[in-house]
Design a protein around this ligand. Sequence first.
Ligand SMILES: [Zn+2]
Length: 133
Amino acid sequence: MGVEWTDDARLLVENLIAAELTAASDDDRHWMQHLEALPVCFDLGTAYYLRADGCVLVAGLDSDDPKHAVVDSRPTALLNALVSGSRRYPQMSALIPRRPHHAIDCPDPAHEYLTSKGIRCPRCCGLGWIEPE
Ligand SMILES: [Zn+2]
């Protein structure tokens, strides 16, 4: 499920970064400026950041160097970042792909259970649907 990254998407993330920078603590601001990215979610010591170019960075994978950030190159990285980030930044939900007509409901047997626990289903990234293969 690819996300089409448009100029509007870039602008929206740039604006979110600018707004977040004015509200951030000095420490967070320096870190965001270093990464040039918006914090979108934190998960068990791992932090995910979204750049205005649609690139997702992940930090915290190396416990010896928790601030070391690498590009999250998984195909679902951007979609996950948008779904997670839209909880924190509601405007971001506009960037989540709309369900196409040919989509099917998420077939993952764990989907309902995970969703009921507030955990994002890894199969559909929490969208509730997937594109048939
Ligand atoms: Zn699912």
